[in-house]
Design a protein around this ligand. Structure first.
Ligand code: PMT
Length: 399
């Protein structure tokens, strides 16, 4: 599975650096081409020569030594990699990677790479549990990085708890899993909608909602990371589209979103509608600014098309159609009724009145309700983590 995969193994300065030698060896034996990047601190625990002999490749330690191999070395190496594994990952590298400090080769390369990055944190248990480290880990995960959970036990410093680098065989199992997920949607087309629609009232005012696009954009990013051809159709959003999309369409009104969705629906394998679409729009859009008078103003609204319902009618048995339900009461009942009316494979229900759920934040709390009547209750997670669960469920339906 790892044959000819290009892996950068970043080794940072912790006692567990000795285990990185066996990880490098196992990666090489499974067919990967391994380039090791060491920090200066890592060199105090293991030597460059060891990694060089094991991988058969030059080892990179500082910004300037490798100019004979790579033109602007940290950029070339960053672009070369299919995957970057940082093992062991110290509290220091996690913090630097999170905030974007680029003060040595490894941290600079982490900023420049578009390859998936996997961290295997290893440190004293108090350092690992410290809110600062946990915040960096959460933030990196929210941006799509993968974490290999540290093992628990007696640590080199004498403390007992979580913080040990897992055994090399376990790290390898995680890497193989990550590579298999990276290809799991190769050849499939995933259509995602995100953000909120805007319905104009006059040239100045409009009806909108609180959607930031975060949940839908995270789903699109997850589908990209699994090798799918991803079309993201967005309403108003406050976040940047993820890298690697095949197509990005920016729309304003529900009518525009409907047209864009229908144009890409027929050959989509999985369709996920996370967008918050206005059910109604002003019946008349004033050509000029509506002037205030002494009287109240009544705005007449008319129905917008229900895009998801239309897709449910068009859907072929080989297509997977997933909707969202944003509710503030009777979550399960309303979501169930949407699942049936819109002919969905499953619906992702979020009670947007709950703290940490719904609009704008980086987290959500969801229930996944399937056609077979089963309901999966997920705890508060980042939108990126939930996207991974949603894509796992979508993939299993596809099979
Ligand atoms: O963007 P964020 O800030 O990250 O917030 C995420 C979110 C809360 C917007 C997202 O998690 C979510 O719940 N999206 C759906 C919001 C919504 O409009 O729900 P709904 O119950 O009104 O619609 C049900 C489903 O029908 C949705 O899949 C919606 O895209 C679709 N729909 C609704 C109305 C309409 N006219 N056409 C549609 O296709």
């Amino acid at each position: 599975m790892l044959k000819d995969k290009k892996v950068i193994l970043g080794v940072t300065g912790g006692i567990a650096a000795y285990k990185a030698v066996e990880i490098a060896s196992r990666l090489k034996k499974s067919g990967a081409v391994v380039r090791v990047v060491m920090t200066e601190e890592a060199k105090k625990f293991v030597t460059e020569l060891t990694f060089q002999e094991i991988t058969g490749q030059p080892v990179t330690c500082n910004m300037w030594a490798e100019v004979q191999h790579f033109n602007v070395a940290h950029i070339s190496l960053a672009q070369w990699a299919d995957l970057v594994l940082i093992a062991p990952a110290t509290a220091n590298i996690l913090a630097k990677a999170d905030v974007g400090i680029a003060d040595d080769f490894l941290s600079t390369m982490l900023l420049a790479t578009k390859a998936p990055v996997v961290y295997a944190p290893a440190m004293n248990t108090n350092m690992f549990r410290h809110p600062a480290t946990q915040a960096h880990i959460a933030s990196l995960k929210a941006r799509g990085a993968k974490m290999i959970e540290p093992a628990s036990g007696l640590l080199a410093c004498g403390a007992v708890g979580a913080g040990r680098l897992p055994e090399p065989a376990d790290v390898m199992a995680e890497i193989e899993k990550i590579f298999s997920v990276m290809r799991s949607l190769a050849g499939k087309k995933v259509l995602v909608t995100a953000g909120g629609t805007i319905e104009p009232l006059d040239p100045i005012r409009f009806i909108a909602n609180h959607s930031s696009g975060r949940q839908g954009y995270a789903i699109a990013a997850e589908a990209v990371s699994r090798g799918a051809e991803v079309v993201l159709i967005s309403g108003q959003a406050t976040v940047e589209p993820p890298a690697g999309l095949s197509k990005f369409v920016k729309t304003t009104t529900a009518h525009q979103m409907r047209a864009a969705v229908l144009a890409d629906f027929a050959d989509a394998d999985i369709v996920i509608k996370a967008a918050a679409v206005a059910d109604y729009r002003p019946k008349n859009v004033a050509e000029n600014k509506i002037k205030k008078t002494d009287r109240d103003l009544v705005i007449e609204l008319e129905r917008n098309p229900d895009i998801l319902k239309e897709l449910g009618e068009l859907k072929r048995p080989d297509q997977i159609l997933i909707g969202f339900a944003a509710e503030t009461q009777n979550l399960l009942q309303y979501a169930q009724s949407k699942l049936e009316k819109k002919n969905l494979d499953f619906i992702v229900a979020n009670d947007v009145s709950r703290q940490g759920a719904g609009f704008q934040g980086d987290t959500n709390i969801i229930k996944i309700i399937s056609r077979d009547g089963s309901t999966e209750d997920l705890p508060l997670m980042t939108k990126r983590e939930l996207s991974s669960v949603i894509m796992d469920r979508a993939e299993s339906k596809l099979k």
